[in-house]
Write a protein that binds this ligand. Structure first.
Ligand code: PLP
Length: 287
């Protein structure tokens, strides 16, 4: 099944703002793991695919929006490891580069209304396919969290570890390993007004303290973009060579820079930012 091709590199971010504040900031380039099974989606799928194989399942069924990084990752990983894949997509039938890629790897797509989409287990049951395996939206759940705990497997010595947060599964895994290693986990939530997610994350982590989710950097809401955000992405790419996606990683980076400016971190702190990937999303710019 999925085995890590190499340990993703950690590189220092030499931005003037960080050196002015005396902060040492590094990025773990999980985006480099695989071009299509990128970043945290690779981590989340690792144990899910192994579980499906072990249970002799042959068809992977999962869920996502029309621009889902998860469905692209699943379609690719499924094809690589001998599974058929089915993607159940929220909303009316559309086509775009993400869904096109899914189909290139043989994923069969079904489009369902937003109401129907909320009943995922029912949709799965109604397919009534033998040897099929249910994978929740974005791969969320215990096995995905277990995979995300491994992001910090070989990492030590940072004061803070920071990632972007959608469902919270990645952060829950990351936070558990960070806490064990004496590093403070923080997340930048990309959803607006999603403070209820703190309870879910607390349940997954099994603790209510030692971690923080920042809720003020969603930039208008999930997948909302502004000219300023695109300018930030362009400037950051020019300065560092690193691409950020507009939905998750750019908002995380903006959040960290603002937190640094607000003196949230102190001189000498050593931050590790997780680049969770998602770069195919950039291709939907100007749509
Ligand atoms: C899916 C995704 C996330 C969100 O991960 P969760 O585990 O749902 O919080 C973060 N970053 C990128 C690039 C993603 O594709």
């Amino acid at each position: 099944m999925l085995s890590l091709p190499f340990e993703p590199p950690i590189q220092q971010l030499e931005l003037p703002i960080f050196s002015q504040l005396g902060l040492n900031v590094f990025v773990k380039r999980e985006d480099t793991i695989h071009p299509f099974i990128s970043g945290n989606k690779w981590r989340k799928l690792k144990y899910l695919l192994a579980d499906a194989k072990q249970k002799d399942k042959t068809i992977l069924v999962s869920f996502g929006g029309a621009y889902s990084n998860h469905l692209v990752a699943l379609a690719c990983a499924g094809a690589m490891h001998g599974f058929s894949t089915i993607g159940i997509v929220r909303g009316e039938k559309v086509n775009n580069h993400m869904l096109q890629l899914c189909q290139t790897w043989g994923m069969v797509l079904f489009f369902v209304s937003r109401e129907a989409y909320n009943e995922k287990q029912l949709l799965f049951a109604n397919l009534n396919l033998p040897h099929s395996y249910f994978i929740d939206e974005g791969g969320k759940g215990e096995l995905a969290m277990k995979g995300c705990m491994e992001i910090l497997k070989t990492v030590n010595g940072f004061s803070h570890v920071i990632c972007s947060l959608g469902t919270g599964t990645t952060f829950a895994g990351l936070a558990q390993s960070a806490i064990k290693k004496g590093m403070k986990p923080e997340a930048i939530c990309v959803l607006k007004g999603a403070t209820a997610i703190n309870n879910e994350v607390a349940k997954m982590i099994g603790s209510e303290n030692n971690w923080i989710i920042h809720h003020q950097f969603h930039g208008g809401g999930y997948a909302k973009t502004t000219t300023a955000l695109w300018t930030f992405i362009d400037d950051f790419a020019k300065q560092t060579g690193i691409l950020l996606d507009q939905i998750y990683t750019a908002k995380m980076m903006q959040g960290v820079i603002q937190l640094a400016q607000q003196q949230h971190y102190k001189k000498g702190d050593k931050l590790l930012l997780i680049h969770t990937g998602g770069l195919l999303g950039l291709l939907s710019r100007n749509k």
